[in-house]
Design a binder for this molecule. Structure first.
Ligand code: DX5
Ligand code: ZN
Length: 212
């Protein structure tokens, strides 16, 4: 069954607790937290304290932390201590990816790698055995509310063909119109920001998106 992971980046910053409560009550499977450093991506979002706030506010919800930061090495311990359940780093950073993935798993968390739309599947294949999840970006990372880049979707099948059996998550521009295509392309998790938090009837919306 498809997991739905609303991206809390799209919640109203003045009413985060209200918006997250609404989407959790509507049946979200886990919370996706988009951490941005203003360097790896041109936007800034939130840090470890926000992760721990969500853990205390919604202890029953797993936290899928997406680090769009250039130097995860420096911040990894803080995000682990803050209560992340899964941590995804970007393949495109300068850093020792195997060592970082090992550190995440050694802390008992699920480890993920994310690739931008322009990064080919061949670049991530060597790291797949160290990943519990792959986060396929279908927008240039940095901002919610963008249009899904369909040309990135075949990478899902390419990763399965390369033997990856873990979670295939898609992040960026996923909505009620394209979620069938994304699911049929092989996604097992949909990250949804704008579409999830603006749905008039979130319960019906989530049910419709996970039926594929
Ligand atoms: C981009 C962010 C967004 C967010 C989803 O860096 O990662 O993709 O999670 O936002 P929507 O669903 O509004 O595109
Ligand atoms: Zn994300």
């Amino acid at each position: 069954m498809i997991e739905i992971a609303p991206s809390v980046l799209a919640a109203d910053p003045l009413f985060v607790y209200r918006d997250v409560s609404r989407i959790v009550d509507a049946g979200a499977d886990l919370l996706h937290l988009d951490v941005m450093d203003g360097h790896f991506v041109p936007n800034l979002s939130f840090g470890p304290s926000f992760v721990s706030a969500l853990k205390s506010g919604f202890p029953e919800m797993r936290r899928d932390v997406h680090l769009m930061i250039s130097n995860p090495e420096r911040h990894l311990d803080a995000f682990i201590k803050a209560g992340s359940d899964e941590i995804t780093i970007h393949l495109e950073i300068e850093g020792d990816l195997p060592a970082l993935l090992r550190r995440i798993r050694a802390a008992g968390l699920r480890a993920g790698l994310s690739i931008k739309p322009g990064t080919p599947t061949s670049a991530i294949v060597p790291y797949l055995p160290q990943c519990d999840l792959v986060l396929l970006m279908t927008v240039e990372p940095g901002f919610g509310g963008q249009k899904l880049i369909q040309e990135a979707l075949p990478k899902l099948g390419e990763m399965r063909a390369a033997g990856f059996a873990g979670t295939l998550s898609v992040d960026g521009g996923v909505n009620g119109e394209n979620c069938a295509l994304v699911a049929r392309s092989g996604a097992t998790r949909l990250v949804m920001g704008t579409a999830a938090f603006t749905a008039a009837d979130p319960k019906a919306f989530l049910a419709r998106c996970r039926q594929f």
